[in-house]
Design a protein around this ligand. Structure first.
Ligand code: ZN
Length: 510
């Protein structure tokens, strides 16, 4: 009879916008975390739903593993992670890793887009510390968001690296299953995985990882990997990372990661090919970024077509690390007098409090939004608002993104100001599921236009019912005019900040 394998799972994860001026504190990972799993906690609440943990649980049960839960702390995207937050979480993980050893494998649910105030490569440092503790024998397997900035050192320290294959991310659980299944085959002695990577100097590439339009860069790369896999069984898994561009650290940028079975003579050819393809398609973008005026013109011109128009106020998208309280789009809607418009969620705890104090039907004097950093997307909208609806903000995702997971907008309200419906809530968030609108009695299908502070994820539920989708650049902190941001630590030259040519042979690799 074989001995039961012991697997340890832990992670510190977030997506960090280094130019968001507010730090990500310990509380943002724990009390206010997106997911916060504590030492020894059962993963039962994650059994269903599209998250890492359900996927790990599935494989652990079918393999008969003893899965030991360590701290898995995910903070919402925000500014640089404080040294206190990272080191406090790490100390807890380290203690458990030492106390409960030995382990046969380590599973790491991570986001590779984290930046810390005291580390140049926090994701690489996290794995390096684990590797130093467990030694070379224990297998380390990481599952990552594709918006990852990976260093060659990170790839070297992992035995298995798997990234999401979809944006909107609807394969989180599937990625965890891929990762854990490869770990299982490794522990059964069937494969000997080795990770290899190439790091094309592109700040934000592969069409940001989108898988919404066929035959675009992410699809092409994944399809090519499938073809190679069919010919060469040594290729166990392939991931392509478009990067998360607002981490000011040396390894910010694109990468391709291949998991090979044992030493491969062909892996460098594959890396060359993928590196060249990522470089060749670096300026391909399948979204339409327009001015505010162009966006509202399109809404008007298509008013007779069926379905709502969807506008992504993406430069202020909190899920991308922006503040979530920029007002430029709201001001434009009011000025235009666009009918049937809902905007939000606008992060404004004060307005929420006023609305709940006043009750439905009340008229309240507000200074809406624009408080975090008015340089990015405008200051407060001042005026009289009517409270149209109140909610506790709790819902269950029914759309494809985060399906089955509970969601929470917090104590929130629907206000009307200048003829525009504004959903206000007490922390940065986004609208990406029709259930969120139902909280306020809004049926998405009946709107003329929805302006969501969202980027890609809202497309999963909203786009199929929409008559159009555009992304107005309203000047928020998640703008793609990268020259506006004072990068200091990133590798140079890097596209698009520098004008240069490079061949795959000159790209960093592991
Ligand atoms: Zn992502």
């Amino acid at each position: 009879m074989s001995v039961q394998k012991r697997i340890f799972m832990c992670g510190i994860a977030t997506e960090t916008h280094d130019f968001n001026k507010y730090p990500t504190t310990l509380e943002a990972f724990t009390d206010k975390g997106l997911y916060y799993v504590q030492e020894g906690e059962s993963l039962e609440r994650f059994r269903e739903g599209d998250l890492w943990f359900g996927g790990y649980l599935e494989v652990a049960e079918s393999e008969g593993w003893q899965l030991v839960t360590g701290v898995c702390a995910f903070a919402w995207p925000w500014g640089s992670v404080t040294e206190h937050a990272f080191e406090t979480l790490w100390a807890r993980i380290e203690r458990q890793l030492r106390d409960e050893a030995p382990f046969d494998g380590i599973l790491l649910p991570l986001h590779g887009g984290m930046a810390c105030e005291h580390l140049d490569d926090p994701v690489g440092e996290f794995v390096a510390r684990i590797r130093r503790i467990v030694g070379g024998r224990v297998k380390i397997a990481a599952s990552l968001d594709l918006h990852s900035n990976l260093s060659p050192q990170f790839v070297r320290d992992c035995d298995i690296v798997c990234g999401f294959h979809t944006t909107p991310h609807i394969d989180v659980r599937q990625t965890a299953v891929r990762t854990a299944s490869l770990l299982a085959r490794t522990l059964r002695g069937e494969i000997r995985p080795q990770c290899h990577s190439i790091h094309p100097p592109v700040l934000f590439g592969i069409d940001h990882g989108r898988t919404t339009v066929p035959n675009t860069p992410m699809f092409t790369l994944l399809k090519r990997a499938e073809v190679i896999q069919a010919e060469d069984p040594q290729l166990l898994d392939a991931s392509f990372m478009p990067a998360y561009p607002f981490c000011d650290q040396p390894w910010t940028g694109t990468s391709a990661v291949l998991v090979m079975d044992g030493p491969s003579e062909r892996v460098n050819d594959y890396l060359d090919e993928f590196g060249a393809e990522i470089w060749r398609t670096r300026d391909v973008l399948t979204i339409d970024i327009v001015s505010i005026e162009e966006a509202l013109d399109s809404v008007e011109q298509t008013a007779k077509d069926p379905g709502p128009f969807l506008l992504g106020d993406f430069t202020d998208c909190p899920y991308s690390g922006a503040y979530g309280d920029a007002t430029a789009m709201l001001s434009a809607l009011i000025e235009r007098g666009t009918p049937g418009a809902v905007f939000g969620p606008l992060f404004d705890a004060e307005a929420v409090e006023q609305a709940h104090a006043g009750g439905v039907g009340a008229q309240i004097e507000v200074e809406l939004g624009g408080k975090s950093d008015p340089r990015f997307g405008g200051g407060p909208v001042i005026g009289t608002a009517t409270v149209k609806a109140l909610s506790d903000g709790k819902f269950i995702h029914k759309g494809p993104f985060m399906q089955g997971q509970p969601g929470d907008l917090g104590e929130s309200a629907l206000l009307e100001i200048g003829g525009v419906g504004v959903i206000v809530n007490p922390f940065p968030s986004q609208l990406h599921d029709r259930e969120q609108l139902k909280l306020f009695g809004i049926r998405f299908e009946e709107l003329n236009v929805l302006v969501s502070k969202a980027f890609n994820h809202m497309r999963a539920d909203f786009e199929p019912l929409s008559r159009g989708l555009l992304y107005p650049d309203a000047g928020g902190v998640f703008s793609f005019d990268f020259s506006k941001f004072p990068f200091e630590k990133i590798r140079r030259p890097i596209w698009p900040l520098d004008d240069f040519e490079i061949s795959p042979g000159d790209m960093d690799r592991c």
